[in-house]
Ligand binder design. Sequence first.
Ligand code: NAD
Length: 480
Amino acid sequence: MASVELLIGSRWQAAKGDGQTREVTSPFDGSTAGTVALAGTDDVETALVEAEHGAAIWRRTPAHERMRILLRAAELADERAPKIAQTISAESGKTITEATGEASRSGDLIRLATFEGTQLYGETLPLDANRGTGQDKVGFTLRQPCGIVVAITPFNYPALLVLHKLAPALAAGNAVILKPATSTPLTALALAECFVDAGLPDGVLSVLVGSGSVLGDALVTDPRVRKISFTGSTATGEHISRVAGVKKLSLELGASCPVVVLPDADIEAAASAVAAGGYVNAGQVCISVQRVITHPAVTGDFLDALVPKVRNIRTGDPSSPDTTMGALITAEEAERVERAIARAGADGARVLIGGERDGAVVQPAVVADVDPQSPFSQQELFGPAVAVSSADDWESAIAQANGTAYGLGAGIFTSDIAGAVQAIREIDAGSVHINWTPLWRADLMPYGGLKGSGYGKEGPRAAVSEMTEVKTIVLHGRPW
Ligand code: NAD
């Protein structure tokens, strides 16, 4: 790949527009991570024309041949994982340890999706159970690719969130146009290169780097696109759902994820899990622990256990293996998080530790006595701070957990199995974890939110299902 070319129709090409390029820099120290070509609306049109052609070829390619190519892409992703990890860390400010963990999941994720792409089963229909229909007919369903899938991804997991769309879409036989986050395009291009080098046919994959609103609107409103898979903020997701028209749509959006700590919980274990789950990737995770709801009987013990663990988090140069928390994606985002923490303090909460900012790095914070109705609880923070508030009984704890516009993930710490089972049923979130925080994901599991956190599921099996369509076929044995 020449880094200043666009990938259009599985081939590296010069951008059609005025040849604009963009330097991608590290949010930590401004160092250059690479340079990318920026796409314009002309390139969107070229990519769509290519994708129509690619979709026609790829849907006629037998699943075993698709599998062969995608398994080769998985091998290449494995081989290139150390380099991809460096790219993730350089362009996103994530620690090299976290970036290595992310990149190392790529090959397996492609393999899981590839397998699911070979499992496009249908069902036979017992038509004769319908009164007036005899046994002269046979009905069955046939699952086939959607055609052109537009994948739009955010900055926070530049490898995994790209692959959770690309791999199932390609495995199911679709052509894909990827619009990665403007701040993290290099990782997306490096992963796309694995698929191209593995032998993906012409037309099947394009990666368009550039303005979200310009490229995004051109892509999501185009009638040639059948499926949009979007991960990002609730505001952008709402916009897409307004303008997209008649298309299949999956929206993986924002969150303010709760953890409930009941009086019978293992407080030390809960504090350790929150000290990880609130600060991974500097809190820039959709399933990050944003709110902890404790019973007043254990709030003090919980905070006493949590604060020293948070104090042990080491911020600094993301490329150093000694750093355990890196930078936020931009200094502006870090300023926003710094302001939100300061405002919570000014509104009456207690900032027990953290909240200071240096460039794009915010010190990890614990904020106690937070009003559950305050913006600090209600609005997605997407930064390294945890808000702790109390609830007097089980019902009010669950009501508080459910008391935001979001519903992506939740956790509950308790040793009471009956309470845990009740919580599983009552908490309105796409995933509920007992004795762990919401910050946990196995790539194969169904993953996606309720309420303002969106709709549709990712995870290879679920995504292949959402990136395919069902046809009903009826064979009429007699023409009357
Ligand atoms: P964002 O909404 O700003 O951007 C996401 C993507 O949308 C980017 O590629 C951007 O360029 C593009 N975009 C912007 N305007 C667009 C438009 N008008 N049409 C089409 N695309 C457009 O989000 P972000 O700041 O990159 O990511 C953070 C957000 O993502 C957080 O809210 C986080 O919770 C969410 N997120 C959700 C999940 C999940 O699984 N639910 C996972 C990761 C991140």
